[in-house]
Design a protein around this ligand. Sequence first.
Ligand SMILES: C[S@@+](CC[C@H](N)C(=O)[O-])C[C@H]1O[C@@H](n2cnc3c(N)ncnc32)[C@H](O)[C@@H]1O
Length: 234
Amino acid sequence: MSKDPSQHRTDELRSFGRRRGRKLSPLQSDLMAAVLPRVCLDLKQPPPASLRTLFDPTVTDVWLEIGFGGGEHLLWQAEHNRNVGLIGCEPFEDGVVKVLRGIEQNALSNIRVHDDDARDVLRWLPKHRVSRAFVLFPDPWPKVRHRKRRLVNAQLIQALARVVRPGGELRLGTDIGDYARTMLIALQSSDHFQWTATKAADWRLRPDDWPETRYEQKARREGRVCYFLSLRKS
Ligand SMILES: C[S@@+](CC[C@H](N)C(=O)[O-])C[C@H]1O[C@@H](n2cnc3c(N)ncnc32)[C@H](O)[C@@H]1O
């Protein structure tokens, strides 16, 4: 473990692509300058004794979304669960700006953002404080030589097992059959998460409280099957 969680580990492969798209518009730059400092996690400080106090007003539960992309799921969950605090992690600037706009437009007080690698946050978080964690449609890295960059692997599952509380939930989504298999193999390496599916529909159909993301829409348009995995932490 790195001593300073704000420092990336040098032995971790980068699991994301580009961090910047087109130049930000003046409005987007203003959001980054005015809103991000207010909602950004400060990993240089130790986490508060109660994670719930990261949010004002204080929340009853803390959830974590890793790789929120355009923020559709993160914003939806924050709007529909106002008493839950959501920590969202995303290194891609355009996605971060979308979430900042959503926070402003909907006056959301229950989102905190880490605009970088989620694994920094996993190291920073205290044990067993997260009730739900989401890793939805992580970058597929389809080329065989790139597969080692896939975010969901045994190390990530181990890190999630540390922060998710017993009885908590982990949700994983992918549109790549081979990645679903990678996920299940990584989960088998830890006996902390039990797959709750009892029938095919449980992983074929997205639960009602799991809104569709833009990435999933694109996958379906292109004819790919999506997999929705829900795991219970023991
Ligand atoms: C294929 S996109 C899917 C985005 C979103 N979850 C969705 O369903 O639309 C995967 C996202 O994960 C982000 N990502 C990849 N590695 C990450 C990491 N280590 N920490 C945080 N986000 C990461 C990428 O930047 C990208 O936006």
